[in-house]
Design a protein around this ligand. Structure first.
Ligand code: PLP
Length: 384
């Protein structure tokens, strides 16, 4: 660190230089994040100092957080909803599994001194579940997928035993954008008296606004918690995730006594939390409304269909028929193609693990011209 600080002008030169090294989203077809809505940015700046870790001091921000939870509860069919804003899907998933584990432990359904509890998740679960296994010391059992990359319910069922503390299903998988058979999984959870967490980190701001209705929310009685990320398709600022519980039963098992604060208990994983992200999420949800999000989703789906048609015309097939704005393509040698697209054409795409396919996420920062340019380069890169 400098002994004496540098001038504002020099700082902004440094910042501008750093910014130049960042990729612009217009060339990024691999991310589930995008430019936040400008309303969200303004709101974030207005509440930049607000700390939700001590929300007794920031009552106005806290009221907005409660409003976000209620708005999402309404969309997801639950008026008794409880929850809070997290840093994203990873934290939401950690806390959901922690609540399940503590619930079973506290009621003595397994002997925590002897056995390691387990959860059953789809093989397509986000890698945050590998962190969860390590942090929470739970065994994460991965159930098989079918040909459409949806989890097999019989496979899930076969992995449940007396030390299972909960189930997880995905509404919009990270790699394929697929939705698991959640109606059946909800029934399985009820028949085995297990909590069921839905990871809708990506899909949560898409599925309610699609013309085809998928059942993935609290209207299914087996679902106990849902993770959804406003900083993905919600167009809010980073870090904005939301963890929702059907009611107080499970979140209560996350309670920790908080000394020195204006509030005496905390249910969150982190202490200090961004009030800016709360304001941003509240502002963009209020501003767009259901109609605004429907337009965002429609645009992304229109671009998704356009991309699929274009690549099919050059002989490339999608791995699954896209449910949402994620396109996975069977191409020869996807790993080296990805590298070539990046090095020679400045496109940032990703690849799926199993089966290997090129993965493209159609976020709101893309348009028809960008898709045209990308497919032209893809064709060239394939010929090379
Ligand atoms: C993005 C994503 C996550 C992780 O969210 P972060 O905000 O990156 O922590 C978890 N689950 C799914 C399905 C996701 O798409």
């Amino acid at each position: 660190m400098n002994e004496i600080g540098v001038s504002e002008e020099e700082i902004f030169t440094l910042l501008d230089n750093a910014k130049k090294k960042d990729f612009r989203y217009q060339r990024v077809l691999s991310s589930m994040c995008t430019y936040p809505h400008e309303i969200a940015v303004k709101a974030h700046m207005q509440f930049i100092e607000s700390n939700m870790g001590d929300f007794g001091l920031f009552r106005g921000t806290h009221e907005m957080e409660k409003e976000i939870i209620l708005m999402l509860g309404e969309i997801y069919g639950c008026s008794s909803v409880e929850g809070y804003l997290t840093t994203g899907g990873t934290e939401s998933n950690i806390q959901a599994v922690r609540a399940m584990r503590n619930f079973s432990r506290d009621k003595g359904s397994y002997d925590s001194s002897k056995v390691r509890p387990n959860i059953v998740v789809p093989a397509s679960a986000h890698f945050s579940f590998d962190k969860i296994s390590d942090i929470l010391d739970v065994d994460v059992r991965k159930a098989d997928l079918d040909n459409d990359m949806k989890v097999s319910v019989p496979s899930m069922e076969s992995l449940i035993d007396e030390n299972t503390v909960g189930l997880v299903a995905i509404a919009g998988s990270t790699e394929f954008g697929q939705v698991d058979p959640i109606v059946e999984i909800s029934e399985l959870a009820i028949s085995r008296s297990l909590p069921l967490h839905i990871d809708a980190a990506f899909g949560g701001f898409i599925l309610p606004f699609l013309p085809v209705k998928y059942k993935f929310d609290f209207s299914l009685p087996g679902i106990t918690s849902i993770a959804v990320d406003p900083h993905k398709m919600g167009l809010s600022t980073i870090p904005s995730g939301v963890l929702l519980f059907r009611d107080f039963e499970y979140i209560n098992h996350l309670r920790v006594h908080a000394p020195y604060l204006t509030v005496d208990t905390q249910y969150t994983l982190t202490g200090t939390r961004s009030g800016g992200a709360v304001a941003a999420t509240y502002a963009v949800m209020m501003f767009l409304g259901k109609k605004g999000y429907t337009e965002v989703v429609n645009k992304c789906m229109e671009l998704t269909r356009y991309l699929v048609k274009k690549v099919q015309s050059i002989g490339i097939q999608p791995a699954i028929d896209p449910v949402m704005n994620v396109v996975t393509l069977y191409v020869p040698h996807p790993t080296s193609l990805r590298t070539r697209l990046c090095r020679e054409y400045d496109w940032h795409v990703s690849i799926t693990q199993n089966p290997k396919a090129l993965r493209i996420v159609i976020m709101p920062h893309l348009d028809f011209d960008i898709i045209d340019m990308f497919v032209d380069d893809l064709e060239k890169a394939l010929k090379a």
